[in-house]
Design a protein around this ligand. Structure first.
Ligand SMILES: Cc1cc2nc3c(=O)[nH]c(=O)nc-3n(C[C@H](O)[C@H](O)[C@H](O)COP(=O)(O)OP(=O)(O)OC[C@H]3O[C@@H](n4cnc5c(N)ncnc54)[C@H](O)[C@@H]3O)c2cc1C
Length: 406
């Protein structure tokens, strides 16, 4: 019997995770990635609850644990660097701003790509230009000009997916949350420690430093956008313009903001995003499907983007293995994932503005709330304050469907 062949767009988390599971069910897997080579960038992402179960089932949990950043918890700081409140990492699958399994996005992507070595074909520096779903297969035209047929095409190419509109017809809403985040890696300083150090300045500005396991420090600068056109700039602003804007915005922010600004010129991995949620009424049609941020981006403030991608890949692959009929497989994918995604997208009221006050008075109130949340009495509540709904899914077991390890 011929093996079904899938083409997946995007080689970050969702794409390689899907390839991994489909390999175990005996599919042929190809991943096309627009970047010219593997993308190692990105900062700490959390693997929580059900996603950890999936990694356990994949036999990858130990590899991911070995790659954790060693972050011991989250500390909120005042302008002078003094600690306002601290939340040690929780020793559970789900709790806290710092999850027990904190790993750099690039390290996790590398583990997933390595786990598919020898089975999955990765094509870098190309992308899908056109799709023709004939009913019995999909004819794919690549930007490089070649044409090929696949049984299934999955768009796992992130929040700004360009494959999405080719893959699944229907309205997709991109809802900006009015916040920009710039991530970069800077040289580790003598005073840097193993906490996620988080300083908030008036004007809705955030400055944070986090440890990594590569001898450097991961920094981010975040800002609330008070302009109603928020969410469209990323298409208009060059990296140089963005840096100039950061210098203007953060020059007087305080704490270590200037140190980060000084490192901007030498940062070769600067990654910036205007955060937004993706709402798609359906994630599949015909012989095409959406997965990960391309389907349901919940944003970094949800703390769930990577967990959703890992769980979604496991469920989509399992449903495809369980049902010969694609419509049934996609119905199962929706049935299991939709409520889980809805929970993750449901952010507490006022997020992200509430944690990024505009005025000094607002900041004083925020700090008081943090101090209260960090007290032993409120300890459990404090944990919940930062804890996304990572466990609220009944993870199906597809182990009986495994056919081959290639
Ligand atoms: C370089 C990078 C750094 C990141 N850093 C952070 C971070 O620090 N903190 C955080 O919370 N989240 C970060 N993210 C986002 C995070 O990885 C996702 O929110 C989450 O893990 C879900 O992953 P995903 O695989 O669905 O999407 P993404 O991780 O966004 O991956 C999408 C992939 O598709 C590729 N791609 C884009 N367009 C095309 C196309 N047309 N054809 C083929 N491939 C395409 C992209 O290059 C990327 O590799 C980062 C993503 C990337 C790509």
């Amino acid at each position: 019997m011929t093996r079904p062949a899938v083409l997946i767009a995007g080689a970050s988390i969702a794409g390689p995770a899907l390839a991994y599971w489909l390999n175990r069910y005996g599919w042929d897997t190809t991943v096309v990635e627009r970047a010219p080579e593997f993308r190692a960038g990105g900062q700490n992402i959390d693997v929580r609850g059900a996603a950890r179960q999936v990694l356990r089932r994949a036999g990858l949990e130990d590899a991911v644990r070995e790659a954790t950043t060693g972050e011991v918890g989250t500390r909120f700081l005042g302008r002078d660097g003094r600690v306002v409140a601290e939340f040690p990492a929780q020793r559970s699958d789900t709790a806290g701003a710092t999850a027990e399994v904190e790993v750099l996005r690039g390290d996790l992507a590398r583990i997933l790509v390595d786990a598919t070595a020898g089975c999955t074909e990765y094509r870098y520096g190309d992308e899908i230009a056109a799709l023709d779903d004939t009913g019995s297969d999909v004819v794919v035209t690549f930007a490089s000009g070649s044409q090929e047929r696949f049984d299934l095409v999955v768009a796992a190419d992130g929040l700004r997916s360009s494959t999405r509109r080719l893959a699944v017809a229907g309205p997709v809403t991109i809802r900006p949350l009015g916040m920009e985040i710039t991530y970069l890696t800077i040289p580790r300083g003598d005073g840097d420690n193993d906490w996620w150090n988080w300083y908030t300045a008036p004007g809705g500005r955030g400055v944070t430093l986090r440890p990594d396991r590569h001898g450097t420090t991961r920094a981010f600068l975040s800002s609330i956008i008070y302009d109603h056109r928020a969410g469209t700039w990323h298409e208009r602003r060059s990296a140089a313009d963005h840096q100039a804007r950061l210098r203007e915005q953060f020059q007087d922010a305080g704490w270590q903001a200037r140190r980060i600004l000084d490192a901007l010129d030498d940062a070769d991995d600067m990654y910036f995003e205007s955060i937004a949620q993706v709402r798609a009424p359906r994630w599949a049609s015909g012989r095409t499907a959406l997965l990960g941020d391309a389907a349901w981006c919940a944003t970094p403030v949800s703390g769930m983007g990577t967990s959703l991608a890992i769980v979604g890949a496991y469920v989509l692959a399992g449903e495809l293995a369980a049902h010969a009929d694609l419509r049934e497989a996609f119905a199962g994918y929706e049935r299991v994932m939709r409520p889980y995604v809805d929970q993750a997208q449901h952010l507490p009221p006022g997020v992200p503005r509430i944690a990024n006050p505009r005025t000094r008075a607002g900041l004083a109130v925020f700090h008081t709330a943090l101090r209260l949340a960090a007290t032993p009495v409120a300890g459990r509540l404090g944990g919940r304050l930062f804890t996304p709904p990572a466990d609220h899914i009944d993870l199906p077991d597809y182990a009986h469907l495994e056919r081959t390890t290639h």
